[in-house]
Write a protein of this length. Structure first.
Length: 133
């Protein structure tokens, strides 16, 4: 079972702690101390998929030197400001990286392994593209 805890520190600043004891600071833009909680969801999606992509490419014996994922999203104009469209751009660099391997790794992550993507599907349209440097 996954567990996490969020503790309010002051004003609109919070500290989130995961089941392994690692933490992240979150706040509103007004406080400017931590990440916006809503954008932390986008970071979680990119990180979850990144873990999968790295793992899949390693299993295919591909030498990855760089992986960066940029995320953009559109939200509703009124509360609850739900993300409706999320787009990920994967930038990869590595020796012997080939389009079919990269595409398969991303497809497996987004469609099978990434729990964040699976949770968001049905609520948000997730699209992606990639660039091999």
């Amino acid at each position: 079972m996954a567990k996490a805890k969020v503790r309010w520190t002051n004003s609109r600043t919070f500290i989130g702690v995961d089941s392994t004891g690692h933490s992240v600071v979150m706040s509103t833009p007004r406080d400017g101390i931590g990440m916006k909680p809503s954008e932390l969801l986008l970071v979680a999606l990119a990180a979850c998929s990144s873990v999968d992509v790295v793992s899949i490419l390693e299993k295919k014996k591909k030498h990855l030197e760089k992986l960066e994922v940029s995320v953009s999203a559109t939200q509703d104009d009124e509360p609850p400001w739900t993300f409706r469209k999320i787009h990920l751009t994967y930038t990869l660099k590595g020796e012997g990286l080939e389009k079919p391997d990269v595409e398969k790794a991303i497809e497996l992550s987004e469609g099978k392994y990434c729990s964040v993507a699976a949770t968001l599907k049905g609520e948000a349209e997730i699209s992606w593209e990639y660039v091999i440097e």
